[in-house]
Design a protein around this ligand. Structure first.
Ligand SMILES: Nc1nc2c(c(=O)[nH]1)N[C@H]1C(S)=C(S)[C@@H](COP(=O)(O)O)O[C@H]1N2
Ligand SMILES: [Mo]
Length: 529
């Protein structure tokens, strides 16, 4: 590089300034390169971690509902491309303005690139399918955008101040600037195209599966959710069905497996009479069942949020295994995911006629979301996820408990884990304040697959009083409850305990989640004023 070009980083008015058009262009090129590289890296690491796409998804989530409805009505299925185009226009304006603001000092442009990158990082981090490696793509955006802008800025300034007054000096520097800009522009286009090609796979695979959901042979539909199953609209408490976005997520995946349906297969082997490999199309051709299931995690603390409900559609596992022929002594179904996680499920539970254990392909009317196991996961009502709910499932071995030890078993958790009878207080909020007079206490209770027969509530250690139970859907789902207390100002503590359909009451004894689930009566402290 040529030396001695006078540069003034303080941006004093006497310093040379980059012409407006050039300044805007280098802003655009740098932001474009940052976005494109982020998209490319996301295509390799995990498509949902593209900062551009994540910002789009977050914008949809934060949009007021009427705007979302308007976009759907106006643009139909093109609403998302239209939104992304809108975001692109905003970014073009921001990038050009940042360039124009950097005609002397590069600082405004550098700050803009970093701020946009951090926005992308934030959008990626709050996305439902976030996995730790997802930070790589937005980090790559910043790591490329900043030096590209600095470099172009230096060249553009230099082009204004030829060392010698001869026109050739200026022209040749201008050539370097134009050449470098062209390389950046073409590189950005190539990176963006590469990112689209790599990252489109899983979303287009989900779209293809979505288009086929209507044609499934669902031989048993889940009963319609009756009225009166929750008080979400009235009290703002937990809705009976959890949206896919809000469904709790637990896994060890550093990177969400990008498994496309067309490439998916499941090998069923071990202690079976006829080993078999099923592909996604084989599953779709089979009779399916639909069931509303409350899933919960063994790691859920008393009062915790690792519990959610969705309506799943899938292939009954019992029938598939009956065809394969389960050998005598095959105590566990040892399943492995695409990313090497394993679970061991008791075979006799899966083979119970009314258990409805399934290989699920749809959740709340959509193909499984990437973070919840697309294209196929296992779901067994009444068992904690760690012993049954393998996402991105690819292998199923019928074996003994002695022969194979699953992921969490090796880490000190229990071999068999039926779900404990538990409850949670959602209202009043912990440490919240409510007005004196009648105070509503409400929450959820669960004991899949048995069902809840009673919830009792007591205030400040007083007598237990029976709560009203919402309409029951099935033993495989949670049940909402509510009751009222007349309260005077001051600090209060409310407790609850559930009783299941077998008459067993939730255990008072406090226990940590490890090894087989937390226990204890939940308590909420709040103030009445
Ligand atoms: N592949 C894979 N499947 C998995 C896990 C995992 O870490 N990897 N975690 C399990 C646990 S502990 C639970 S509670 C459920 C959670 O499912 P969700 O994330 O869809 O709510 O998935 C189960 N399936
Ligand atoms: Mo879990």
């Amino acid at each position: 590089m040529t030396t001695a070009a006078p540069r003034d980083r303080t941006g004093s008015p006497t310093a040379p300034a980059i012409p407006r058009l050039v300044a805007a262009t280098i802003g655009l090129l740098s932001v474009g390169a940052a976005v494109a590289v982020g998209h490319l890296v996301a295509g390799v690491v995990s498509p949902a971690s593209s900062p551009f796409v994540a910002v789009g998804d977050e914008a949809i989530r934060l949009s007021p509902q009427p705007l979302v409805e308007f976009a759907k009505a106006t643009f139909g299925t093109a609403d998302k491309p239209v939104l992304l185009a809108g975001i692109a226009v905003v970014m073009v304006v921001v990038a050009a303005v940042a360039g124009l603001a950097s005609r002397r000092s590069p600082r405004p442009g550098v700050v803009t690139v970093v701020v946009l990158g951090l926005l992308g990082l934030a959008a990626v981090a709050v996305a439902p399918a976030f996995a730790p490696l997802d930070v790589v793509a937005p980090a790559a955006s910043i790591a490329v955008g900043v030096p590209v802008f600095r470099r172009l800025h230096t060249l553009a300034l230099a082009a204004q101040t030829p060392v010698t007054p001869t026109p050739e000096g200026g022209v040749s520097r201008r050539r370097v600037l134009v050449g470098t800009s062209a390389v950046v522009g073409l590189g950005a286009l190539a990176a963006g195209a590469g990112g689209i090609a790599l990252g489109g796979g899983i979303e287009s695979s989900r779209a293809q599966v979505a288009a086929r959901l209507g044609a499934l042979d669902v031989v048993r539909r889940a009963p319609a959710i009756p009225a009166g199953v929750d008080w979400a609209a009235e009290l703002g408490t937990t809705p009976f069905v959890t949206s896919n976005r809000d469904f709790y997520r637990i896994d060890t995946a550093l990177r969400i497996p990008a498994q496309e349906a067309a490439d998916w297969s499941l090998r069923i082997h071990g202690m079976v009479e006829r080993e078999r490999t099923v592909r996604f199309d084989d599953l779709l051709a089979r009779p399916m069942i639909e069931k509303t299931i409350t899933m919960t995690c063994v790691s859920n603390e008393v009062g915790g949020s690792l519990i959610s409900t969705a309506t799943f559609v899938g292939v009954p596992l019992r029938e598939l295994l009956a065809e394969v022929g389960v050998g005598r002594g095959a105590e566990q179904i040892f399943t492995t995911s695409n990313d090497g996680w394993t679970a061991g499920t008791p075979t006799d539970v899966v083979m119970e006629p009314d258990r409805d254990a399934m290989l699920a392909i749809a959740m709340n009317g959509e193909p499984l979301p990437a973070g919840h196991g697309f294209p196929v996961r296992m779901v067994v009502p009444g068992l904690y996820g760690f012993v049954s709910a393998t996402k991105w499932i690819t292998d199923m071995e019928l074996t003994t408990f002695g022969a194979r030890r699953s992921y969490w078993l090796r880490n000190g958790w229990a071999q068999e884990a039926p779900i404990k009878t538990e409850s949670r207080i959602d209202l009043p909020r912990g440490f919240g304040a409510v007005a004196a007079g009648p105070v509503t206490v409400a929450g959820i209770a669960w004991s899949q697959p048995r069902g809840i027969s009673k919830v009792e509530v007591r205030m400040d250690g007083g007598p237990w009083q029976a709560a009203d139970l919402a309409t029951e859907v099935s033993g495989a789902t949670w049940r909402m409850w509510r009751t009222t207390f007349d309260l005077r100002p001051g600090s209060h503590t409310v407790q609850c305990r559930a009783t299941d359909a077998d008459g067993e009451t939730q255990v008072e004894q406090r226990a940590d989640p490890i090894p087989d689930g937390a226990s204890g009566w939940p308590a909420t402290i709040f103030t009445v004023s």
